[in-house]
Ligand binder design. Structure first.
Ligand code: HEC
Ligand code: HEC
Length: 265
């Protein structure tokens, strides 16, 4: 017994409190982080940092800061908030183990993130226009529309079901002589040029291919050009991550505005 006890004591001294699991780290990186930071730690765009070969302590500190909100970014706060301390140690150790790859070409988007299932809804002007949001920093204004399936559910106070479709028109704001957005009679910025459409819709099974950490039930997201063509190259993982914390309002930010608009009619 004495011998067993001393063996046990030795084992305690020899192993660190928590040994990072590189395999588990790789699995999480491949499933989730690779959508933006690349499976090899070289990111998919210039707006997203490379993580390959970063120091473990730095990576862990950033992940804890995203998790507790002391460092702010809506996408990484949503992702960090879902990581446990084991996950943090494992993914940090894995990214740190990868070669830095300075100057390496950006990684490709994951196929299931790049794929786009939404068709442009040609009849959207007949839908409920339920909200209008000024974007002062970008000098833009967005008008949001909901299809009849979404409007009906909102009127009944239900979550948005399969078949729901929300569309936003993104316009540059009309600028005055001082180059600042002018306001119309309704107190909002005045739409000038149509820049793009943003869209979200859901159908059964559409979320199946996304990792749980990014998945928003069966919602998919899309961006369309003013010519109503799907815009290639946008990263659907960013849409999923930023909208994910809105799970209580069907993954929308403007869901309460939709409810207010349709219930007032
Ligand atoms: C949807 C895209 C996306 C996904 C998925 C994603 N990240 Fe990020 N990550 C970002 C962006 C964007 C930034 C830069 C944010 C900023 O600096 O404000 C970032 C920054 C970071 C940083 C800070 C790097 C630095 O140089 O300070 C760490 C660490 C990080 N991410 C880890 C992870 C891990 C681990 C995962 C997977 C569990 C992950 N990220 C998944 C988009 C993403
Ligand atoms: C940085 C966080 C963030 C990211 C990334 C993001 N959204 Fe949003 N989204 C918002 C916010 C906030 C609103 C509410 C309107 C506003 O204040 O801009 C919104 C509103 C919307 C709406 C109207 C329905 C709703 O949820 O309220 C659609 C549709 C939409 N976004 C689509 C997209 C698409 C497509 C992408 C990816 C290309 C995307 N979003 C990426 C934050 C984000």
């Amino acid at each position: 017994m004495k011998r067993l006890l001393s063996l046990f004591a030795c084992a305690l001294v020899a192993t660190p409190l928590f040994a990072a699991d590189l395999q588990a780290g790789k699995a999480k990186v491949d499933a989730v982080c690779s959508a933006c930071h690349g499976a090899n730690g070289i990111s998919v765009s210039d707006a997203i940092p490379n993580l390959a070969g970063q120091r473990v302590a730095y990576l862990e500190a950033q992940l804890r800061a995203w998790k507790d909100g002391t460092r702010k970014n809506p996408i990484m706060n949503a992702i960090g908030g879902q990581l446990g301390s084991d996950d943090i140690a494992n993914v940090a150790a894995y990214f740190a183990s990868l070669p830095r790859g300075d100057g390496a070409a950006k990684s490709e988007l994951m196929p299931q993130i790049a794929r786009n299932r939404l068709a442009f809804p040609e009849d959207y002007r007949s839908w409920v226009q339920y909200d209008r949001v000024d974007q002062p920093a970008r000098k833009q204004v967005q008008l949001f529309y909901a299809n009849p399936v979404a409007a009906q559910a909102a009127r009944a106070g239900q979550r948005l079901p399969d078949g729901a479709y929300l569309l936003g028109e993104t316009y540059s704001a009309k600028l005055g002589a001082d180059r600042q957005p002018v306001k119309g009679a309704d107190g909002h910025f005045v739409p000038d040029q149509l820049l793009a459409y943003v869209a979200m819709s859901r159908e059964a099974g559409w979320g199946r291919d996304f990792p749980e950490l990014l998945r928003n039930e069966d919602w998919n997201y899309a961006v369309f050009t003013p010519a109503r063509q799907p815009r290639a190259g946008f990263n659907q993982a960013e849409c999923l991550a930023c909208h994910k914390p809105q799970d209580r309002s069907s993954y929308t930010f403007t869901g309460d505005k939709l409810v207010a608009a349709v219930q007032a009619r």
